[in-house]
Write a protein that binds this ligand. Structure first.
Ligand code: ATP
Length: 355
């Protein structure tokens, strides 16, 4: 795959406040890349620098190998879709999509051909004559996407485009956006603070915090191999437990030893052990590896969420799928169970074997 965009040591300072602290990031052709992080971490600022609406304080932005810092926004092969659709309210759907092509004075038949293709792509063929103010939020956002794509940019920037939609519609649009990206085969750079959205759609996720990149990787990389506590907590749920390395053993809960692959930690080094709630299970006492007391059980539809207090006093969360062959405990939510009979099973925890 070809490298399309390179951010090289991008720093942005707003009146003495460092908002981007040296961003290095490569984006390839046809990738769906998501910038993910909490409000204020600098995602939009990075997007606006790429769009040409802001200039970085330091560093370079390369597009197809060429420095583009001095190229004005309208000359960049980049279009943007915002959370607020910014459609022309007095125009119908067709004219909203056709607007940019008319400005460029493209021939009428070409405009018609291109707009029809876009209407089909975003599933709005029947709505060409509808005034945009008479459409739902999801439909309006699809018009905005069609309008941004009709000029055939190489890159589409999407800044929280689904933020104003309700949850159900947002999920539908996530699927649709991914499909559209695959159909048009261009690079999408997507900004969100919603981790589930990032996991669902992206080829690559860039996790940001306070103007810095924490981790870059595929959704599975980021989920399964978070590089630090911040990423582990931000993406999915995590139990973070104190551990100590001893030779080739990892010790948790004071005396539970697990054989461990060589992670390169020093002997007796204190470490954070991240265990996903769904990697734990609660089993009868004879099969278990760690002892704990079940403090609460919540029925969540597809899974039970169980809080277990371990013998060192830490509470950990266990997620177990609801299934018929699970006779282990009473299903009524919130019921306190005297659970000396229930043990945590960490067999699924990657790379760990009980020693
Ligand atoms: P959100 O999800 O809330 O949009 P974000 O991660 O996109 O957050 P940015 O919009 O990039 O964050 O803003 C990063 C920081 O820069 C914020 O603290 C913001 O207040 C500040 N900032 C953004 N634009 C300007 C500006 N024009 N002048 C001064 N400060 C700014």
């Amino acid at each position: 795959m070809k490298k399309l965009i390179q951010f090289k040591n991008i720093v942005k300072d707003f009146d003495g406040k460092l908002v981007l602290k040296g961003i290095n990031l490569d984006i390839y052709e046809n990738e769906f890349v998501t910038l993910l992080g909490p409000s204020g971490c600098g995602k939009t600022t990075l997007l606006r620098i790429l769009g040409g609406f802001l200039t970085q304080t330091e560093g370079q932005v390369l597009f197809d190998g060429q420095e583009i810092t001095k190229v004005p926004p309208y000359k960049r092969e980049i279009n943007t879709v915002f959370q607020k659709y910014a459609l022309f309210p007095h125009m119908n759907v067709y004219n909203n999509i056709a607007f940019g092509l008319k400005i460029k004075k493209e021939p009428k038949d070409i405009i018609e051909q291109k707009v029809k293709r876009m209407l089909k792509l975003v599933n709005l063929e029947e709505y060409a004559d509808r005034n945009v103010t008479e459409m739902s939020g999801g439909q309006q956002q699809r018009v905005a996407i069609a309008r941004a794509l009709v000029n055939e940019p190489s890159v589409l920037l999407l800044d929280e485009p689904l933020g104003a939609l309700d949850l159900k519609l947002r999920k539908e649009m996530q699927q649709e956006l991914k499909k559209i990206q695959q159909e048009v085969g261009i690079t999408f750079i997507y900004v969100t603070h919603d981790q589930e959205e990032a996991l669902t759609m992206s080829d690559k996720i860039v996790v940001m915090k306070d103007g810095e990149i924490q981790q870059i990787g595929t959704p599975t990389d980021i989920y399964n191999e978070p590089v630090n506590q911040y990423v582990a907590n931000f993406i999915g749920e995590s139990n973070i437990i104190d551990g100590v390395m001893q030779e080739d053993y990892l010790v948790i809960f004071e005396d539970k030893k697990f054989k461990c692959v060589d992670f390169g930690f020093a002997p007796n080094e204190k470490v954070d052990v991240v265990i996903r709630p769904e990697d734990l299970d609660i089993v009868p006492r004879t099969d278990g590896k760690l002892k704990g007391i079940v403090k609460s059980v919540l029925f969540k539809g597809v899974h039970y969420e169980t809080i277990v207090e371990t013998k060192v006093g830490t509470s950990i969360t266990v997620k177990m799928m609801v299934s018929d062959d699970r006779p282990v405990y009473n299903e009524s939510a919130n019921e306190k169970i005297s659970a000396n009979d229930f043990y945590l099973d960490v067999e699924d925890v990657e790379k760990l074997d009980e020693g």
